[in-house]
Design a protein around this ligand. Structure first.
Ligand code: NAD
Length: 257
């Protein structure tokens, strides 16, 4: 029960890493606010949490929309009185070399992946500051540190999130709020499955290629990232501030010859 009675908001927790984290946090005693654009997926996460005896509610909100995010935060404060943990996880993929990317697609990925971290933080922070307590986890990616083919727009968003995390940490350290970033490598989720389908003629072959990039020889699973999020959310990480935490099978630190 490492998160007993904590109130945790996880954006984009209807699927993949966010969903796995919602289940783990609930299992550790947190009351989880499952947020997603998709009502169907979010409600399913809540059902799975309730089936295992956990505590969760679903709030549909678009993390790119200020009114939608503000109303979500207000609902949480009305019902629970606080937000202890904010996991800014929602994100979308972007594929293509820079000259091939449409301006609208660029704006969309920036909106979801960067503004989607800014807005929930903006509206949750005053309540955390008031209580002088909080843990914010921002979803970056190991692509913030290394160049990968066909991922320019996505890389730009995740680099921005990492930079944002460090500066946020400086501003909110005086309020006892920790702000850290997760930098996963390739994790098998619907997000990666779509990316493989859209980018390669033979997705199976592409997966084998991706596996070779990891020192582990395999891709990650959502649970691998969820456990890192749990560490950052819990008091065990009280000396982690503004840190990038890699969960990448050694992609950034090593070189698989
Ligand atoms: P996923 O597609 O399985 O889940 C993302 C969820 O976010 C979806 O349920 C989607 O509906 C939701 N979402 C999208 N736009 C939203 C919006 N505007 N408002 C609210 N919810 C929205 O993806 P995932 O693989 O679990 O990825 C989660 C995060 O992890 C993303 O930020 C992604 O960039 C990051 N990440 C993923 C990987 C990977 O390999 N899977 C690696 C590094 C980082």
């Amino acid at each position: 029960m490492r998160l007993k009675d904590k109130v945790a908001l996880i954006t984009g927790s209807g699927s993949g890493i966010g969903k796995s984290t919602a289940l783990l946090f609930a299992n550790e005693g947190a009351c989880v606010i499952v947020n997603d654009l998709s009502e169907e997926k979010g409600v399913e996460t809540v059902k799975e949490i309730e089936d295992m005896g956990g505590n969760a509610i679903f709030i549909q909100a678009d993390v790119t929309n200020p009114a939608s995010v503000q109303s979500m935060v207000n609902m949480i404060i009305d019902q629970f009185g606080r937000i202890d943990i904010l996991f800014n996880n929602a994100g979308i993929s972007g594929v293509g070399r820079l000259h091939e990317i449409e301006a609208d697609a660029w704006d969309r990925i920036m909106a979801v992946n960067v503004k989607g971290v800014f807005l929930p933080s903006k509206y949750a922070l005053p309540y955390m500051m008031e209580r002088k307590s909080g843990s914010i986890i921002n979803m970056s990616s190991c692509i913030a540190e290394i160049g990968l083919a066909l991922r320019a727009s996505y890389a730009a968003t995740k680099g921005a999130v990492l930079a944002l995390t460090k500066s946020m940490q400086v501003d909110y350290a005086p309020y006892n709020i920790r702000v850290n970033a997760l930098l996963p490598g390739t994790i098998i989720t619907p997000f990666v499955e779509d990316y493989l389908k859209n980018s390669y003629d033979d997705p199976e072959e592409a997966v084998e290629g991706l596996k070779k990039r990891q020192l582990s020889g395999d891709l990650g699973r959502p649970e691998d990232v969820a456990r890192a999020a749990l560490f950052l959310a819990s008091d065990e990480a009280k000396f982690m501030m503004g840190s990038p935490l890699y969960i990448d099978g050694g992609v950034v630190s090593g070189k698989n010859a």
